[in-house]
Design a protein around this ligand. Structure first.
Ligand SMILES: [Zn+2]
Length: 120
């Protein structure tokens, strides 16, 4: 997949490599406006893509997930977090609940090594 120039919204082309510290990174350049960036620059990747990747990763190494719902909706929905500690998960949960402005509920679940989720 080729990155998109944030100015022209057209595909950028490979333009050699660059060193970022000790890492060799691919450099891309826009043929129209000359905008250049390395592959590590999030601006050049189509919108939504990094988020998707993040979500998948979160799901894979999630240890904690949240079950959040509005008052009256007993089922709620699951949100995976990157939190590695219960404290971290609590922080995420309180931020999520802010959206509901006091009308929401949420709980934290912990995943055991065997893949089972436990309500905390
Ligand atoms: Zn351009």
């Amino acid at each position: 997949m080729k990155p998109i120039c944030p100015e022209c919204k057209i595909k950028m082309h490979k333009a050699g490599f660059q060193f970022s510290g000790r890492h060799k990174v691919q450099r891309y350049k826009c043929n129209k406006c000359g905008y250049a960036a390395t592959e590590t620059n999030k601006n050049i990747w189509p919108e939504g893509k990094p988020q998707e990747v993040q979500k998948q990763n979160a799901k894979e190494d999630a240890m904690y997930r949240l079950v959040i719902g509005e008052q009256g909706n007993e089922q709620g929905h699951i949100k995976y977090t990157n939190a590695k500690t219960l404290r971290g998960a609590k922080t995420v949960l309180s931020k999520e609940l802010e959206v509901y402005g006091g009308d929401g509920w949420g709980r934290i679940e912990y995943q055991h090594k065997n893949g089972e989720w436990e309500r905390l």
